[in-house]
Design a protein around this ligand. Structure first.
Ligand code: VG1
Ligand code: CO
Length: 542
């Protein structure tokens, strides 16, 4: 065992989901090691315990895993479970931590950020409930990283990550496990695989699944093509590549180009789905039809009792603050609670652990349930397929019937990526300065009902998260939310979330960009987006 002297880096503050930096930053001597030691130094009681390690297969995954294995062994973990080839999706890690009662897990991923030598890398610690470390843990890790002066690592040869089975590193047992088996079994315990299989093999319902050359490739191929017998070729872009084939592994209408072309082209399949880099996000498409993630959560909640794993009904649901209020309407009808949390999955953990909620989700293509403590992309796809197999209707019909019942929460998110950081912060600071004077003011058809900077008090442990996004709510129920991304690595990304409510079903087919036109203009004039960022149009509209 070696104790290596080091010096702290000042920039190891975890964001919305772990520490994300450019690969070149992580490749600096001691950079990854410092952060990993800071994680271990912030934990207590892991001696002899189990750690789960895996990543999304992006560039630097294997190197990082070898370092982490040797450090975990040197720091006294008793057993390490690592995915074959270093591959484990984020929801798979969460499931494995829970199934094997591990102490925690380390996930290597920058999720939807591009990969490759010039792309991004990331690292995240998950606790024994399988979920992302809560803020008190991530803050402790950051504090430790600022003063760290040494780390422990074993001098040993690399573990063969491709061969399934046990080996040893010092006194630590290392088990290379199949990346898919436990996850697939968990899915089979929740959904009616026989019914889905019949549905997919009947010949008149075609699906297309696109992992975008990221981690869900092996999971999707095993589950859809091998277990559920969907035709070969159902899964496209299914081989995980270190640079995701040069693409941007973000399942939205802009970055999932191949799938969008197929689903909006001639003779399109009936159902399409894509996942992100680490497999926790999903995009759901019908033939010529896009399902807004907020609607997807609402629809899963409204139809949950059609699915075996949720037949008993839902304890409650939760959505992140910027997510549309469509799920709230379902909760109201079901007579269950709907919690509103800050952006990021770490805030759902306590609610799930306390049994207050069963389903939760975010507008950013993330949906999940109490089966793990992460959002889960393929789980959402299977949930949809199970509902479709039961209801025997098209995706579009299901969504439109939902709107007819609950009204439509018309929704869009506008992202301005790579904005100068000072300008972006100035924009938010200026907005904050207006918050006390906005209520009561009228802009065209909109009168401000409330305006605040969202603050959340966790109902389970009382912890408070403040400054989680500027909200401006209007008297007719419309909202505009502004916040800065906590996952980017270059400059700042401004996210503007727009929502209005339409009860009249004759207007439900309107393009959201048209229906939200006035609000979009209002967002620009309230926040001075063009003036302050120099941008006239968003980089990505979803
Ligand atoms: C984004 C999303 C957020 C999500 C987070 C991690 O964060 O908005 O909803 O939880 O990414 O998702 P931000 O701070 O950039 O808005 V993932 O798939 O990276 O683990
Ligand atoms: Co992700």
């Amino acid at each position: 065992m070696q104790t290596v002297l080091t010096q702290p880096f000042s920039d190891q503050k975890p964001g919305t989901s772990g520490l994300r930096k450019q690969v070149t930053t992580f490749q600096q001597p001691h950079y990854l090691q410092n952060f990993v030691q800071a994680i271990f130094d912030s934990l207590e009681g892991y001696q002899g315990q189990t750690l789960v390690v895996g990543g999304d297969g992006r560039y630097y995954n294997r190197e990082a895993i070898q370092i982490i294995l040797k450090m975990a062994a040197a720091n006294g973990f008793g057993r390490i479970l690592v995915g074959q080839g270093g591959i484990l999706s984020t929801p798979a890690v969460s499931g494995i931590i829970r199934k094997y009662q591990a102490f925690g897990g380390i996930i290597l991923s920058a999720s939807h950020n591009p990969g490759g030598p010039d792309g991004d890398f990331g690292i995240k610690y998950n606790t024994s409930n399988g979920g992302p470390a809560p803020e008190k843990v991530t803050s402790a890790i950051f504090e430790r990283s600022k003063v760290i002066d040494e780390y422990k690592i074993l001098e040993a040869s690399d573990v063969d990550l491709d061969r399934i089975g046990p080996s040893t590193l010092g006194n630590t047992r290392v088990e290379v496990v199949d990346s898919v088996t436990d996850y697939a079994a968990l899915m089979e315990s929740l959904f009616d695989f026989d019914q889905i299989q019949q549905f997919l093999t009947r010949g008149d319902f075609r699906i297309c699944i696109d992992p975008l050359h990221a981690v869900t490739g092996p999971y999707a191929t095993a589950i859809f093509e091998r277990r559920l017998n969907a035709p070969a070729g159902t899964v496209q872009n299914g081989i995980p590549l270190e640079d995701f084939g040069g693409g941007h592994p973000d399942p939205n209408l802009v970055y999932a180009k191949d799938l969008v072309k197929i689903m909006f082209g001639d003779n399109a399949p009936d159902f399409g789905a894509a996942s992100d880099g680490d497999g926790d996000r999903n995009m759901i498409l019908g033939r010529n039809f896009f399902v807004t993630p907020s609607d997807s959560l609402a629809i899963l909640a409204a139809n949950a009792t059609l699915v075996p794993g949720y037949r008993q009904g839902l304890a409650g649901i939760a959505r992140s603050m910027p997510t549309s209020q469509a799920p709230d309407r379902v909760a109201e009808k079901l007579g269950i609670d709907c919690y509103e949390t800050p952006t990021g999955w770490k805030f759902f953990g306590n609610l799930l652990d306390a049994g207050k909620i069963t389903l939760c989700g975010e507008e950013s293509f993330g949906t999940g349930s109490n089966h793990v403590r992460e959002k889960d992309g393929l789980w959402a796809v299977l949930f949809w397929l199970n509902i479709l197999a039961v209801r025997q209707q098209s995706v579009e019909t299901i969504v439109k019937e939902h709107w007819a019942t609950y009204g439509r929460n018309v929704y869009s998110r506008h992202d301005y990526e790579g904005v100068d950081s000072d300008r972006a912060h100035d924009l938010i600071t200026t907005l904050r300065g207006q918050l006390s004077t906005l209520p009561g003011q009228t802009f065209g058809a909109y009168t401000v009902g409330y305006s605040d900077d969202f603050s959340y008090t966790d109902p389970v442990d009382g912890s408070v998260a403040s400054q989680q996004g500027v909200r401006i709510g209007f008297q007719d129920g419309s909202r505009i939310v502004f916040r800065l991304s906590g996952t980017g690595t270059q400059g700042a990304t401004l996210r503007v979330y727009l929502e209005s409510y339409e009860a009249d079903s004759s207007k439900h087919d309107q393009d959201p960009q048209v229906a939200l036109g006035d609000l979009i203009q209002l967002a620009d004039s309230l926040a001075q987006i063009t003036a302050k960022t120099g941008r006239t149009t968003p980089t990505v509209i979803t």
